[in-house]
Design a protein around this ligand. Sequence first.
Ligand SMILES: Cc1cc2nc3c(=O)[nH]c(=O)nc-3n(C[C@H](O)[C@H](O)[C@H](O)COP(=O)(O)OP(=O)(O)OC[C@H]3O[C@@H](n4cnc5c(N)ncnc54)[C@H](O)[C@@H]3O)c2cc1C
Length: 284
Amino acid sequence: MTGQAQEYDFFPAQVVRTRRLGPTMLRVTFGGEALHGFASGGRDQSFSLFLPHPGQEAPLLPHQEGEGWFRAWRAVPEQERAVMRSYTVRAQRSSPPEVEVDFALHGTDPADHAPAGPAARWAADAEPGARVVLLGPAVADNRSVGFRPPADADFVLLAADETALPAVGGILDWLPAGTRALVWIEVPDAADVQELTGAGEVDVTWLIREPGSPSGLLTALREAELPAGAPYAWLAGESGTVKELRRHLVRERGVDKRAVSFTGYWRRGASEDRLRAEAYGEPA
Ligand SMILES: Cc1cc2nc3c(=O)[nH]c(=O)nc-3n(C[C@H](O)[C@H](O)[C@H](O)COP(=O)(O)OP(=O)(O)OC[C@H]3O[C@@H](n4cnc5c(N)ncnc54)[C@H](O)[C@@H]3O)c2cc1C
């Protein structure tokens, strides 16, 4: 017995309300007494969200405590076991306990060129009372917070697409007063642009992606004039784009690769199940 607190736990919750933030973004507020124990570390705090399949009342998760749950979940047929997807805590409140998540609704509008997925579809139809389970932090200091700037960074550089916009919002909420931050955010529609607040000295450039067009983030960053000094860069969004952004910063700009945090939040042509299977060296 080490007395060390368990880092993650399962938190059953239900939808309390939803709110459209723009044509392709939907805010879903989850509530429930179990969320008293959910301990977001802020910034880009992520977690796994378990969702039911259409026709199921609640996400199906095996009754397996501890480390064995993933194997037990994988052993349930795919059409029955809960859909598992990664999302970010946009905000957390304590009374009543609520966790807010912003969903990018890719492919749910017939005019959208992108493919949909079970999570985007679930969110588009989500109604109050719908049941979910969050596998998330039981302690605020946990490994699912990626934004960790070194103390000697002169400024912060953020580049993100719409899936990482909630994380950017959380990071800007957290930045200490006076921190200089240069931010590039790409969204699918001009009406998805949000007002972001925070104590930092923040300069946000919004990019609107033409339907079906590749990301403009790399071009925007290439053309940008960066301030003197050492940045801490945080990059998240489509995996291929994120790799190009990192390569640009490290190879073309000479940024220290230890000062670049980068995460593929999704990959063109691959579901999250496929990405997880690859990560675990298993067939999808
Ligand atoms: C740490 C982390 C935090 C994340 N936080 C958020 C968040 O707060 N909000 C959010 O909306 N997303 C977030 N994501 C991304 C989200 O998990 C993925 O977009 C996921 O694939 C959505 O699941 P799905 O069931 O809708 O689609 P999937 O079944 O996983 O994929 C189906 C198809 O849709 C494509 N696809 C997936 N996402 C997109 C997209 N955005 N645009 C176009 N095509 C897409 C895939 O390439 C695939 O072809 C996060 C991901 C990670 C790793």
